[in-house]
Design a protein around this ligand. Structure first.
Ligand code: AMP
Length: 282
């Protein structure tokens, strides 16, 4: 099979309409610069759906500065090749005008968008919700595949879908990591060599939180203090937050239990990195 590339939304929608009958449609929204993390979403979608669609849209609304938006890598040819290698049926890569011919009417987000990434990146989740809502309106997939790495994003998108009657089954996909544990991200390429060598401390700190909990510690503040002191070993890093959340919700947990989630955001070399892990017993 050959992955078909559409940049025109009408053509994409017409093509999709011919495919939809008795077909499970899987959708993977991305901003391109595809890596193995995205690849794993495509693979899972491929194994569960008849038709797999990837979108590539660098969402201006979710960047906090125009320079961040401008420097975001655009690698469409490589991305289509990656989709082809994972047997994605179609890549839909609309322009802003094509996706929003009527202009961008911003949605509002709820309480789960207020803290953490929402606090540090004002407007970020409004941008995410606005674009994902529009993408879903056009693709109307049965299943949408999202990475667990973006924990709060899944929460915000799930709420948006509920409020706006976007009936889609959201599949939470495991975080794919480099061999040293660093969560794969398109931002990793912006790290200096030194920063890159230090960055695995983030996933190690998360893993140590899980290990300490497995050894019997259930007090979130103790686990957070431990992780904080480990992250302070990274030269020039800024720790934005470390928190332990109740299950997949965005509320803090009072006493850490199976299924809770530890989340961390740290900037190294001014590159903001986020990661999380779930407390599960082996
Ligand atoms: P992005 O292109 O960064 O907007 O990401 C598109 C999708 O890929 C989102 O659902 C992300 O959570 C997911 N994703 C990004 N990095 C990873 C990773 N390392 N492992 C699994 N999923 C990821």
């Amino acid at each position: 099979m050959t992955t078909i590339l559409f940049t025109d939304t009408h053509q994409f929608a017409d093509w999709l309409a011919t495919k939809r009958d008795s077909t499970i449609v899987g959708f993977v929204p991305t901003m391109g610069a595809l890596h193995e993390g995205h690849g794993s979403l495509f693979e899972l979608a491929r194994s569960q759906c008849d038709l797999v669609i990837a979108s590539i849209y660098v969402n201006n609304l979710q960047f906090n500065s125009s320079s961040d938006f401008d420097r975001y890598p655009r690698t469409l040819d490589e991305d289509v090749a990656m989709c082809q290698s994972r047997s994605v049926d179609a890549v839909w890569a609309p322009s802003q005008l094509d996706l929003f011919p009527d202009g961008q009417q911003l949605l509002t987000t709820g309480e789960n968008a207020l803290e953490y990434e929402g606090r540090d990146r004002p407007g970020h989740f409004v941008g995410v919700a606005t674009v994902v809502d529009r993408l879903l309106s056009i693709v109307a997939p049965d299943r949408m595949y999202l990475g667990a790495k973006d924990h709060q994003q899944i929460s915000v998108i799930t709420s948006m879908c509920g409020q706006l009657h976007q009936y889609v089954n959201i599949v939470r996909c495991p975080t794919i990591r480099e061999h040293d544990g660093l969560a794969i991200s398109s931002r990793n390429r912006f790290l200096t060599q030194h920063g890159r060598s230090q960055a695995p401390i983030i996933s190690l700190a998360l893993q140590h939180m899980i290990d300490t909990w497995r050894a019997g510690e259930t007090e979130p503040t103790t686990l957070i203090a431990q992780a904080t002191s480990e992250l302070q070993n990274i030269n020039g890093a800024t720790v934005h937050y470390i928190a332990v959340l109740d299950g997949h919700e965005m509320q803090l947990t009072m006493s850490v239990k199976q299924g809770d989630t530890a989340i961390i955001a740290v900037s190294i070399d001014n590159v903001r990195l986020i990661d999380n892990m779930q407390f599960v017993n082996v």
